[in-house]
Design a protein around this ligand. Structure first.
Ligand SMILES: Cc1cc2nc3c(=O)[nH]c(=O)nc-3n(C[C@H](O)[C@H](O)[C@H](O)COP(=O)(O)O)c2cc1C
Length: 164
């Protein structure tokens, strides 16, 4: 079973979780890069992303250096932006083929993930994937609210399920 973990992260929370998953499961890992430059500060990014959302604008993204065709299992992670997946991940999902893939998704948020995981599932299923598991981790500013044990338990379950 070949596994590829792919994530988008603006400020590092989702990246941290992606790295934990990758360390436990092995395989390859890639990050999605938006071609748009977002502000460094959280508040300015929220404003920028809010304007983009109002205008239905989404960023172009760089191509990742892996072919999804080479993998059996994909593990996709993104932060919640405006109650759904960050636009860079939406663009990734829209521009790749997921037919026949077994996919797990994870996200990080500021306590209000709302539609993030259901939108992830919906889009992936529309594109022919089977979503085998989902997980989210909440933060309050930079303090993680979801405990280490809960995260480790999910990753352990993912490991058992994925390699089955
Ligand atoms: C533009 C923007 C919109 C956000 N919208 C939400 C939201 O709707 N709900 C929520 O719980 N957190 C929201 N957040 C907080 C992020 O989901 C949270 O900080 C996440 O862990 C950031 O992940 P990252 O460090 O991988 O970029 C938003 C953050 C940004 C920058």
């Amino acid at each position: 079973m070949k596994i590829l973990t792919i994530y988008y992260s603006k400020s590092g929370h989702t990246e941290e979780l992606a790295k934990k998953i990758h360390e436990a499961l092995g395989g390859d890992m890639a990050s999605i890069t938006a071609k748009k430059t977002y502000a460094v500060s959280y508040g300015m990014t929220v404003l920028q992303a809010g304007f983009d959302k109002l205008r239905s604008r989404r960023p172009d993204i760089e191509e990742i250096p892996y072919h999804l065709d080479d993998y059996d299992i994909l593990i996709l992670g993104a932060p919640t932006w405006y109650f759904t997946m960050a636009p860079a991940m939406q663009v990734f999902l829209d521009t790749h083929d997921f037919r026949g893939k077994k996919v797990y998704t994870f996200s990080t948020d500021g306590g209000q993930p709302k539609n993030t995981l259901s939108d992830f599932r919906k889009k992936l299923e529309e594109k022919g994937a089977r979503v085998a598991g989902q997980f989210h981790v909440s933060y309050k500013k930079n303090n993680r609210l979801t405990g280490d044990e809960e995260i480790e338990r999910w990753i352990e379950g993912l490991k058992e399920d994925a390699v089955r």
